[in-house]
Design a protein around this ligand. Structure first.
Ligand SMILES: [Zn+2]
Ligand SMILES: [Zn+2]
Length: 286
């Protein structure tokens, strides 16, 4: 929690004895407030001065012994210590209500800036947890308007606190990684579109026909594979021919270099002729 102590924000000392009044027991929970006046957002450097002005208004205008709130949360998520954890607040409407719950005010107004920022909601949540852990306060959450006739803390803050004061979800929906199921769906969709040849084109074609349909590319790739298979068979035929030459040499030899050359060529021709028959038989009809 980004706590700003009274000393840090330059609080005036509170009046005694009223400002020193402690809570009579444990707090039920936390009540939220807003300013109820016009408020415009400002740089954080000006927030402490605003809280000092709020304290002056409460002490000099309302005649209270201190700033009324237990804590104040600025739009940048900083939590200003008001009356703090142990001294009874004076913001909830009556001595009984003040004694019952902590009073946390968010710096948003009834006009101008009326909706809390994400940082501010985090700050308010920090303050609530701080009150629960250090107060102690129970789990009850509500607004000034609960049990008292007022619009405070405004509809936006009230809806949030009655929803349980959840921390804002900072990760955006768009940044969520795709699940495996989503990826599979996507892959199936792409495969469908490619295999169904429904207009997907890729600029891999010739000058005359630059936009080849996906199925044309697939067809082309199949032809390349087939050509490579024919080349492989030719190499196999050459090896077969050379094997014949080696056999004859092993049988008794005595061949000249020219005879070996002629035999190799004859063997290769025979093998190629045989291959030709095979290709005629096995080549798929395009
Ligand atoms: Zn209020
Ligand atoms: Zn601020």
């Amino acid at each position: 929690m980004k706590l700003v102590t009274r000393a840090q924000w330059g609080a005036r000392d509170y009046r005694r004895p009223n400002g020193a009044t402690l809570y009579s027991g444990k707090r039920r929970g936390v009540k939220l407030h807003y300013l109820g006046t016009a408020y415009s957002d400002r740089p954080h450097a000006q927030c402490a001065a605003y809280v000092r002005q709020l304290q002056a208004q409460h002490m000099d205008g309302n005649g209270w012994s201190d700033i009324g709130y237990s804590f104040v949360v600025c739009t940048h998520g900083y939590v200003y210590e008001g009356r703090g954890l142990s001294r009874r607040n004076s913001a909830n409407g009556s001595t009984g209500l003040n004694d019952q719950d902590y009073a946390v005010c968010l710096l948003v107004g009834s006009s101008g800036m009326t909706k809390p920022t994400d940082a501010q909601l985090h700050g308010a949540r920090d303050a609530i947890e701080y009150c629960r852990e250090e107060g102690p306060a129970g789990t009850w959450l509500g607004g000034h308007r609960d049990g008292y006739a007022t619009a405070c803390p405004g509809d936006a803050v009230y809806a949030w606190v009655k929803a349980g004061a959840p921390r804002p979800n900072t990760s955006k929906e768009d940044d969520m990684p795709l699940s495996d199921a989503d990826m599979k769906k996507l892959a199936d969709l792409v495969a469908d579109r490619v295999w169904k040849k429904d207009g997907l084109t890729v600029r891999w074609g010739t000058k005359e026909n630059p936009d080849w349909a996906a199925y044309s590319i697939l067809h082309h790739a199949t032809e390349v594979v087939r050509d490579n298979r024919v080349r492989l068979q030719k190499v196999q035929a050459d090896i077969g021919a050379l094997s014949g030459v080696v056999s004859r040499l092993a049988e008794g030899g005595g061949l000249t270099a020219a005879e070996i050359q002629a035999a190799a060529e004859a063997g290769a021709q025979a093998a190629l002729a045989k291959l030709g028959e095979q290709l005629t038989d096995t080549t798929p009809q395009g």
